[in-house]
Design a protein. Structure first.
Length: 217
């Protein structure tokens, strides 16, 4: 009952998640792709760590194998010496030790072989995952380029469409601005001219007064 409940909860959550992702994909497919790439990168990193552990495991099998094989060879030699010397108890002990270490070395050798094969499989899969990730990154770049072009065309078309539909309004606004600039220029020129005339008249008036004063003297 509890297992079935957890299964239903898991399926419900997965269904809700897929629905959310579908909605997000409709709104922003690049963001969904980025999220998917991050998930793939995390999975690839997990595989890389497993490969590191597998390397360590293979090296450990190799060390244990060499150690067991060395002791087995040593016990075999000691058993031969004890047999030649007629030391039955010592021979039996050494021979028993030799058999146990030889069997252990055989198992370790087989385990190391399996570990090496598994390591090769993991490394091949890891290489495939890296290539796949690279391809997906390139695909994302291509999609981003296409999205940029689509957005640029959308903005340009929007601007052009607005200019077409609002041509009269746009020309009207330009006319208003041009009229305003003409009035402003006229005011500036008039002000400059008035100031110039006033300055000239004032100077003439001053000159006339100076001449009158000189003539009176």
């Amino acid at each position: 009952m509890m297992t079935n409940l957890f299964t239903r909860i898991k399926n419900s959550i997965a269904s809700d998640l897929h629905e959310i992702l579908d909605k997000k994909e409709q709104k922003n497919p690049i963001a969904v792709l980025n999220q998917y790439l991050r998930e793939c990168e995390r999975e690839t990193e997990k595989v890389r760590k497993l490969i590191e552990r597998q390397h360590l495991l293979k090296d450990e099998f190799s060390r244990e194998y060499r150690s067991a094989k060395a002791i087995a060879d040593k016990r075999k030699y000691q058993a031969e010496i004890a047999q030649k010397a007629g030391e039955v108890d010592l021979y039996e002990f050494a021979h028993s030790e030799y058999v146990q270490y030889e069997e252990r070395a055989s198992r370790l050798q087989e385990a190391r072989k399996v570990a090496e094969e598994q390591l090769e499989q993991l490394e091949r899969k890891y290489a495939e995952m890296q290539h796949k990730l690279k391809d997906m990154h390139l695909k994302r770049m291509e999609l981003m380029g296409r999205e940029n072009i689509a957005r640029a065309h959308y903005q340009m078309n929007k601007l052009l469409d607005n200019n077409i539909y609002n041509a009269n309004y746009s020309f009207s606004r330009f006319s208003e601005i041009e009229n305003y600039l003409e009035r402003l220029e006229h005011q500036v020129n008039s002000s400059y001219y008035r100031n110039t005339i006033d300055a000239k008249i004032a100077q003439l008036e001053k000159n006339v007064k100076n001449e009158e004063n000189h003539s009176n003297l």
